[in-house]
Design a protein around this ligand. Sequence first.
Ligand code: ZN
Length: 389
Amino acid sequence: MTDSTLGFRLLNKDGAARRGEVTTPHGVIQTPCFMPVGTRGAVKSLTQRDLLDLDTQIILGNTYHLYLRPGDGLIARCGGLHAFIGWDRPILTDSGGYQVFSLAAMRRIKEEGAEFRSHLDGSLHMLTPERVTDIQAQLGSDIAMVLDECMASPAGPDAARDAMQRSVRWARRARDRQLQLRHDAASAPEVLVTNPGQAQFGIIQGGVCPELRTESVQATLDIGFEAYAIGGLSVGEPVEVMYDVVGHTAPLLPEDRPRYLMGTGMPDDLLECVARGIDLFDCVLPTRNARNGQLLTSRGPLVIKNARYAEDMAPPDPDCACYTCRHFSRAYLRHLFIAGEMTAATLNSLHNLHFYLDTMRRIREAIVFGSFEKLRLEFRQTYSRRPQI
Ligand SMILES: [Zn+2]
């Protein structure tokens, strides 16, 4: 592996909102940007062609799932994740830590790493900071995340401090391993690096405590990564607390690197966190809610199975230009969902992702024209988290 080719150009600022460009080995990402989640090498119910039609700039893959099945060794022998899944735009892979905490049948955190039983077959595994770095080097994502200790729900200050400090120690080990793979690949012949130039992001932890967040930023910046993410949020804390932590942490991160808020959020979260200086987002919400029959529209969530839509020939969102809204009615989408047709998941996911990606496009445009605050206010007035009636 050679040095990372990740670059970042800050193009415009509007308040704390930033318009930028991230350069990766597989192309440029315009930020602020939302990354659809392709857990097991696929964004559920969609094809890669659908993602291109939506003008998806980058997708996320889950290290935990791909490591267990089909295995990072197999993917590396097939040329890496891009070749394996037929996607030549950028990919970010998470560290797998969050899935170990939320999915594994059993987990035990040791200083060495996280030991767990697979949710697939109960087999015993150990993910260490080094191993997670190797797995992602074999997957060949453009952006790799370090292994961190995740909290499944908001933790008390002592637990948050312990997890933050362990995450820092793990981040140091992950970085050392990444630099070893880059500069002395011969010393790790068992690792097949499929994407020279892969970047590695550090993760800021510290729960909802501002002092711990500040400490985590200082310690993680001391290690030094291509860029930094804010982790450990959207785990059940009140949304205003999440905004406060982001508002505290983002300005502490380097101005000349992209900032990634992990696992957030609702459509209004995107605007509120861009307003606090975030550049990259991911969340399963648009695709997961689509499969559960919830369409996210410019006015708020729409639960398609409701009887009131049975003969409603209006599109899901009259203000949306997506394939689903241009061609199909609420009545038809309700029928597909209730009948259990697979097409329901596809059409709903196309709409929800279009809504997210289009919102990001409007955000980028507004920052360039200096009208981001106006857009934020309009969105706040139109969008409601309560389901539409
Ligand atoms: Zn639509």
